[in-house]
Write a protein that binds this ligand. Structure first.
Ligand code: NAD
Ligand code: GLY
Length: 367
């Protein structure tokens, strides 16, 4: 398969393409169209580097346009998504005397993408960058939309900036080497699009989940394309999350509490979001919004994707609620949550009794 789908994130002068397809890493023109200067620094990690760095450097160096192309390799893991490790990117940029014309290239999953984007937002007050997402989660979500940043010990993704990439190159061949657990984590974010605004896609996922898990190329390609298309529309409508973009955080306030509470990297982001979406569905049902049958459908699909539907036994309710209070959606001390009125229809609200939230946290813990 060598067809390329091109979507566009419509942001006026800062619009950019998302290329989705097979064998994209071998196509220099996809890169050079979006690199303004002659210098490139590729940022990756020590898991992805042995798999795809050589190929990426070779394609960049094969062009006449790029005169200097170097790499910095970060340690792999959510626990390294910190300001301290971010500094290694700045060390590389400054020690190698890269100037403001440098383009950064993020080669990896969401952690590398978020950190590289944040470095690009900060270096000399802002340079361009390209996303090459190599996990399903990064291809369907984190590489699109310009949210960048790092974690703080007290809260997930609490330090960051909005900084849009110049393009996203999602080569689905890179998913061949992805561990099964990571594939499932990415599917959590795919299911999210169905739940928040695309009931038809949710139905497609119910019909194609086995094919996705078996890495059927056409199914993966469709899932990436439809997810990016859904996300691109939301980002174009509300780049800086003044309104509708907050819906993309379905399950995330619960999920971030799990990730932070368990220690970064213990639960994968997609796993925590999966459980968080089940908790949001249950709370929505308690409020009389979502029917019981739709809670069952939601949990069944998430389980079929080999994702957890219950939160960890070791995270007690008081701590869970405290952690939920450290979230970018908290306003005037009130937790706001994305909840469901139906499959395919989400809203953001703080209109729920604290006792109901407590009940849901208790009910959704693993035995
Ligand atoms: P990740 O970046 O940690 O990647 C998962 C694992 O897969 C890592 O061990 C990585 O080295 C490895 N890997 C990556 N590509 C591989 C490949 N092709 N083959 C084999 N191994 C590969 O995790 P993730 O799930 O990609 O991203 C999660 C992060 O993304 C979280 O930090 C989350 O907060 C962030 N995120 C950001 C946004 C956003 O809008 N910016 C959205 C969702 C999630
Ligand atoms: N992943 C949430 C967002 O991009 O807004």
């Amino acid at each position: 398969m060598n067809n390329i789908k091109t979507l566009r994130v419509e942001l006026g002068e800062r619009h950019y393409p998302i290329y989705i397809g097979s064998e994209l890493l071998g196509q220099p023109e996809l890169f050079t169209r979006h690199i303004a200067g002659k210098q490139v620094l590729v940022v990756t990690n020590d898991t992805v580097a042995p798999l795809y760095l050589e190929k990426t450097l070779a394609v960049l160096r094969s062009t006449n346009k790029v005169r200097r192309c170097e790499a910095v390799i970060l340690p792999d893991g959510e626990q390294y998504k910190t300001l301290e490790v971010l500094n290694r990117i700045f060390d590389a940029l400054l020690s190698k005397q890269f100037d403001r014309s440098v383009a950064l290239v993020a080669l990896g999953g969401g952690v590398v993408g978020d950190m590289t984007g944040f470095a690009a937002a900060c270096y000399q007050r802002g340079v361009g960058f390209i996303q090459i997402p190599t996990t399903l989660l990064a291809q369907v979500d984190s590489s699109v939309g310009g949210k960048t940043g790092v974690n703080h010990a007290l809260g997930k993704n609490m330090i960051g900036a909005f900084h849009q990439p110049r393009c996203v190159i999602a080569d689905i061949d890179t998913l061949d080497t992805l561990p099964d657990r990571e594939l499932s984590a990415g599917i959590a974010e795919v299911i999210k699009y169905g739940l928040i605004g695309d009931a038809e896609f949710f139905g497609w996922l119910e019909a194609h989940m086995d094919k996705l898990l078996a890495r059927d190329a056409a199914s993966l390609m469709y899932a990436v394309e439809r997810s990016c298309s859904d996300k691109a529309k939301v980002v174009a409508a509300d780049e800086r999350e003044g309104g509708v973009r907050a819906l993309l955080n379905l399950g995330h306030t619960f999920g971030h509490a799990i990730e932070t509470g368990m220690g970064y990297g213990v639960w994968l982001h997609g796993e925590a979001v999966a459980t968080g979406m089940c908790m949001a569905a249950r709370l929505s049902a308690h409020l009389g919004w979502l029917g019981h049958a739709d809670v069952v459908r939601t949990e069944a699909l998430i389980q079929r994707a080999h994702l957890p539907i219950r939160s960890p036994r070791t995270l007690d309710t008081a701590r869970f609620i405290e952690l939920m209070g450290v979230d970018k959606k908290v306003q005037d001390g009130k937790i706001r949550l994305v909840l469901l009125e139906a499959i395919g229809n989400a809203i953001i609200t703080d209109d729920f009794a604290p006792a109901l939230l407590t009940a849901v946290i208790n009910e959704c813990r693993e035995c």
